[in-house]
Design a protein around this ligand. Structure first.
Ligand code: AHG
Ligand code: MN
Ligand code: MN
Length: 357
């Protein structure tokens, strides 16, 4: 289709809103301003070394992670692009320890915006795809300062979720609870154009994504699943699998939305103080919302990730998402009584006791 004929994000949102005659314009203003912020971040990311924004910011965020200059810049763009609009009661971000209060000079609104301003930022300096992830919640109150507790809502309460991906093309993937729709940024017009309506993730796949260098820390159900995939045609699954790892969750989520697959960053024993690598409120929940709205599934392995009641703003969680049949298989493995396949160390080759032949 000629790109001049395509629907813009603005038109899409206005038409969606017509289905809810009682709705004000706040929600659409919020999403359009988030889209504008993403366009700005896309320009910064695309400028690379020429934009004077690569490399470390020489600071550490609340997660104890080194901040890249672009982490800090993207966070500021999200804040400055949304604090004035009158539709937010507060914001929370990977890069800020505490919730952001709307300055007194602006009206306070009915929504909360939660975001990972730049996901996969360890990849920026090597020119690999990164993205921004966002989640919109209703504010419990808009007549008082926002509190951390206001944000601790399970993912099933989200009213919108999405991400922008800064790859060969910039795209915005969005759900407002009515399917997943993809918009491609038209560089000539500077608008997001609807290019992917009502995406559906294939229920079966032969692609999985996991950081295998963590395998010694995995739990038994994950080890079993990955071993079965690796065994391919000759193993229990009877088919060959391909493995992928970009280390940029947005890029993995995007591949899965486009052609299926399964992504795992499961709970492991690497650091007993952390239940997983990814953060529940601004990574797992919005991606989970997109997956479920596209007919996929998102889980901790033990329960749908969007059912988890958060206990902290920066809470980490084990996350598995993608093609429905694979995620359900992983849930079955997690729910089965533990099968201890590991050889008993008392009876291994070098022990005093030799296993009977
Ligand atoms: P962020 O850049 O926002 O901190 O997130 C990085 C995340 C995610 O994008 C990716 O899947 C994962 O961290 C990469 O983990 P490894 O370093 O274990 O590859
Ligand atoms: Mn991230
Ligand atoms: Mn980030």
């Amino acid at each position: 289709m000629n790109s001049d004929m395509r629907m813009t994000l603005t038109q899409f949102l206005i038409e969606e809103r017509r289905r809810y005659p009682q709705a004000g314009g706040d929600f659409n203003s919020l999403l359009l301003n988030v889209a504008l912020v993403c366009k700005r971040i896309a320009r910064k990311v695309a400028a690379g070394e020429l934009g004077d924004a690569t490399g470390s910011a020489s600071s550490v965020n609340v997660q104890g992670e080194d901040q890249k200059k672009l982490d800090v810049i993207s966070n500021e763009l999200f804040i400055e692009g949304n604090n004035w609009g009158g539709y937010l009661a507060g914001m929370a971000s990977e890069e800020m320890e505490e919730p952001y209060q709307i300055p007194a000079c602006y009206p306070q609104g009915r929504y909360l915006l939660v975001f990972d301003p730049l996901d996969g930022s360890s990849n920026i300096d090597v020119n690999v795809t990164v993205g921004s992830i966002f989640s919109v919640l209703r504010a419990p109150a808009s007549d008082r300062p926002v509190t951390t507790a206001d944000f601790l809502q399970p993912g099933c309460e989200q009213v919108a979720g999405g991400y922008a991906i800064y790859g060969p093309t910039t795209m915005l993937m969005l759900t407002v609870g009515n399917g997943v729709h993809g918009f491609t940024l038209c560089p000539q017009v500077g608008e997001f154009m609807l290019t992917h309506s009502d995406l559906q993730i294939p229920v079966d796949t032969h692609e999985f994504a996991i950081n295998a260098s963590n395998s010694r820390f995995w739990e038994a159900p994950v080890t079993r699943y990955v071993n079965e995939c690796m065994a391919g045609k000759t193993g229990a699954r009877g088919k060959d699998f391909n493995m992928r790892w970009i280390a940029s969750m947005v890029a993995e989520a995007h591949r899965i939305l486009m052609r299926g697959g399964v992504f795992l960053y499961p709970r492991d024993s690497k650091d007993p103080t952390k239940a997983g690598r990814l953060r529940l409120l601004y990574e797992a929940n919005p991606i989970g919302f997109l997956m479920e709205q596209a007919g996929g599934r998102a889980s901790t392995g033990r329960q749908p990730v969007m059912n988890v009641k958060p206990s902290a703003l920066h809470q980490r969680i084990g996350l598995i998402f993608g093609s429905k049949n694979e995620v359900e298989r992983l849930e079955r493995y997690h729910n089965e009584p533990e099968q201890n396949d590991e050889p008993n160390p008392l009876f291994n080759e070098r022990s005093l006791f030799r296993a009977p032949a």
